[in-house]
Design a protein around this ligand. Sequence first.
Ligand code: WT7
Length: 653
Amino acid sequence: MAEEKKDIQVLLSEKRVFEPNPELAANSNVMAWMKKHGLNTLDELLEKCQDIEWFWKEMADELLDFYKPYDKVLEWDAPWAKWFTGGEYNIVHDALDRHMKTDKKNDVCFVFEGETGETKEWTYAEMYSEVNRIANALKSLGVKKGDRVGIYMPMLVELPIAMLACAKIGAIHSVVFSGFSPTAFAERMNDCEAKVAITCDHFWRRGKKVALKDQTDAAMDMAKTVEHVIVYKRDGDPVSWTEGRDHWWHEIAAEQSDECETERMDANDLLYILYTSGTTGRPKGIQHAHAGYALGTATTLKWVFDLQEKDVWWCAADIGWVTGHSYIVYAPMILGAKSVIYEGAPAYPEADRWWEMVERHGVTVLYTSPTAVRAHMRLGEEHPQKHAMKSLRILGSVGEPINPEAWMWYHTYVGKDNCPIMDTWWQTETGHFMITPLPITPLKPGSGTRPFPGISAKVYDEEGNPITNAGGNLVIEKPWPGMLRGLYKDAERYKNVYWSRYDKTYLAGDVTRMDEDGYFWIQGRADDVLNVAGHRIGNSEVESALVSHPKVAEAAVIGKPHELKGESLSAFVVLRKGVEPSEELRAELREHVGVEIGKIARPDEIGFVNDVPKTRSGKIMRRVIRAKAIGEEVGDTSTLANPEAVEEIGKAK
Ligand code: WT7
């Protein structure tokens, strides 16, 4: 085996650049702020905001309203950061209460659309009243400040209402994605020792009714600490009932006052716990606090997606993930935005459901994931082509590296060559965008571009030296306001996972390259790095090369142990609609990768599949694919969105 090279190889070189739209840039929120501070360029902005205490204080003065002013912007005792210490604050005050004193109260906060097509608008005032009733209901069930409440709900407006009701009284919510199993829900409830759970009877997904109350009942048999369950009636079909434990949402809400005083919290008190399933081990309970998180999410949304009075914002993620917590619930409400919440599946019942919705609701900013873009790409451009979608002005992507060709497809057919794509890199742990374009940033397809102002992202080699133009570990050198406040009841694991590799520096776990313009290119998770003949290669580069072939919609690449080369590459490829697999195509794809990035990255094997295993948040599960491909035990597949795809890997042709 050849000598191992430490750096991760850089193979893909994407040369296309899209300059900012001058009109959009000139009228953007970030430009207005820059003018106020005498800053003219992105470089000047990034330079100025390196003084993080100055920058975040400026933004806090603009965006947050404290009950009691803070003494200090930041106390940093690595790896523990406290923001706005001494301040008294509650995120619900900024997201709801203060809007009641202005005309904002009559503006639409959420437009809900059910999968079956019905719609309902909620004003800020209506949200306020319902949040208060549910907050009072929680109190009546004995929930107090600091108690944990589990929420197991689909994409209904009642989900943000439940979250805000908890936050209002100082309880800590822990939302569990409604697609997770009862066991997964129970495990999380046991871990955080939740006192109350909130759920619904049924909901719609891809034309089928999901019996969530039954799943909740199954979970409650395992969740020892939960004393009461509040059940929202989405559908009305009969459900089984445990007297004394179960309470209908509408009944318990009707008994309550629609006023409820908001609990004054310490700025660093916990707002929520959200579990992330890593690739191994038990889920990590990521903790976020009130004030810093509010500031980080609101600032980034205001600047990156440039939300302004007339915008209609659609973050098409599920609220069960951090993307929904930060950018469907908290940040948009702090900014007083109008948001779309859609209950159902993307291409259901018709392939153009989303595009039709964009037109009907006049959506101006759409934020989704590479997986969703690739799924639409696979179905064909004729579907977005049926809709002019003139209202759209900005698009966004999050969750995985977006393959340059998927980026181009999104730009061409959804954005009609007219909308910048904000490829936002961040994590459940970071709370908000960390590396992302602004409306003034020239874009390169496939790159998240540069760090957000005040975010000190770098790429380090194994020894901890900052490097450019070579692959290394993505790190953050200074704290940021939405930084996780550790892991629930597990300070040791927090230190080990994120802070033990480099001194006082956060390790993100992604391998990345920074180019000569300071642009970041995420090459994949460190765990998924490939090793061919001593060359370490990021999986996303090979996958993007495959996806750049016009017949390919999606690809997953893994390494199999190989006597001579260390690892040999196996690719699993999903073809676009109407394309048939063949030996010729297999050879063509190998050659294509050779031409795009070099012979070393040509996969030894290419298997054609209908789907690749993914998490429920849309991330390709390469660990599972690899285990299956090399005949190892696959392990727990309960967190997969499509467990049947695992069998396909075994049978790939
Ligand atoms: C991991 C975090 C942040 C909300 C959703 C995911 C990957 C995320 C990007 C992007 C390349 C990305 C990273 C990261 N990731 N966004 N724009 N480009 N990779 O949250 O489940 O905590 O996952 O998702 O690998 O570490 P998460």
